[in-house]
Write a protein that binds this ligand. Structure first.
Ligand SMILES: Cc1cc2nc3c(=O)[nH]c(=O)nc-3n(C[C@H](O)[C@H](O)[C@H](O)COP(=O)(O)O)c2cc1C
Ligand code: SF4
Ligand code: SF4
Length: 290
């Protein structure tokens, strides 16, 4: 990361404990005199803040870390495993929302939580498109549904079917799963089957070709989901939105996706209509231990 200015260590505070050099051997060193100092010429700084965060005496001034950027942590905030699992179990996909907007402050809190997620090279490349305009949400749902209907019709057409089977066998196989589901959904015309009449959708995207983009986006979105749960909001990942937006210029324009960006995951957010009293049953994790 480009940087003006130098890292400095306040000699009056520093105890030469060496922790900063341990977490960042690229940019700090312990000299033969036992003194810890920043290396000459910054080799590679991701502005991760580990050095300032680990220093027990606050001796480090770093040009990429403004004063107050690294707030103190409190051990009391660490949940037990049981508390954490209890909280994880509370999240479920919500598809029934109150007719109540999500306040801007709550959205800001969701994005602040997203911002805490791990991200490739700490570049913070993830962008969020937050849609709260009901007309846009309705239009998004109806166009996605219409597009999905067309795709399903194509899959039923013998020529279309042959095309997919031959040229896109993996997609063909996946879509077979959706055909009966789509038939059932088509009969439920009165409901918004894409955004579930949610008052807010968040599309999580990065520049197309960003190698870490898909993972960055999904980690960020997961944080949004759990922060929403903590705020009494509910969320649902809407895979039905993601690919159609990427594939359709009209939808990109509708959601004002920046040029060259790709949506990696999409969520709807709103106040759930009711509480779930029991956890969802989950299949056992499929894991190999090597
Ligand atoms: C990649 C992905 C795409 C999804 N797409 C949709 C969707 O389009 N519509 C929907 O209602 N739920 C969607 N979901 C939600 C899943 O159906 C849900 O997470 C799953 O059934 C487990 O339920 P839970 O989230 O309540 O634990 C999606 C989830 C993921 C991870
Ligand atoms: S911010 Fe991170 S990468 Fe930069 S000097 Fe500190 S520990 Fe090293
Ligand atoms: S972590 Fe702080 S006290 Fe320890 S060597 Fe580095 S600057 Fe000095």
């Amino acid at each position: 990361m480009a940087m003006d200015g130098k890292i400095s260590i306040d000699a009056a505070k520093c105890t030469d404990c060496g922790l900063c050099a341990q977490v960042c051997f690229l940019n700090y060193e312990k000299g033969e005199d036992g003194k810890v100092r920043p290396k000459e010429g910054l080799l590679c700084c991701a502005a991760c803040g580990h050095c300032a965060a680990v220093c027990p005496v606050g001796a480090i001034t770093h040009p990429l870390l403004p004063a107050g950027a690294c707030e103190p942590l409190h051990e009391a905030d660490r949940p037990t495993y049981e508390q954490y699992m209890g909280f994880l179990r509370m999240r479920r996909s919500r598809r029934e929302f109150k007719d109540q907007p999500v306040p801007r402050e709550a959205i800001a809190k969701l994005l602040a939580a997203a911002n805490q997620a791990p991200n490739g090279l700490n570049r913070h490349n993830v962008h969020y498109t937050v849609i709260t305009d009901r007309a846009v949400l309705r239009e998004l749902s109806s166009r996605v549904l219409a597009g999905t209907g067309k795709l399903m019709a194509l899959l039923r057409n013998p020529l279309g079917k042959a095309f997919f089977r031959f040229f896109k066998p993996a997609v063909y196989h996946e879509l077979q799963f959706f055909l009966p589901l789509m038939d059932q959904l088509a009969s439920l015309k009165s409901r918004d089957l894409v955004c579930y009449d949610a008052p807010c959708a968040i599309l999580v995207h990065t520049a197309e070709g960003d190698l870490c983009g898909p993972e960055d986006a999904v980690y960020a979105a997961a944080n949004i989901q759990y922060a929403a749960e903590a705020l009494g909001l509910g969320t649902c990942v809407i895979g039905f939105i993601t690919n159609p937006v990427n594939a359709d210029k009209g939808l990109k324009a509708l959601v004002r996706l920046p040029d060259g960006h790709k949506v990696h995951t999409s969520l709807v957010v709103g106040y759930p209509q009711f509480r779930y009293l029991r956890a969802a049953a989950k299949a056992a994790p499929k894991a190999d231990y090597i």
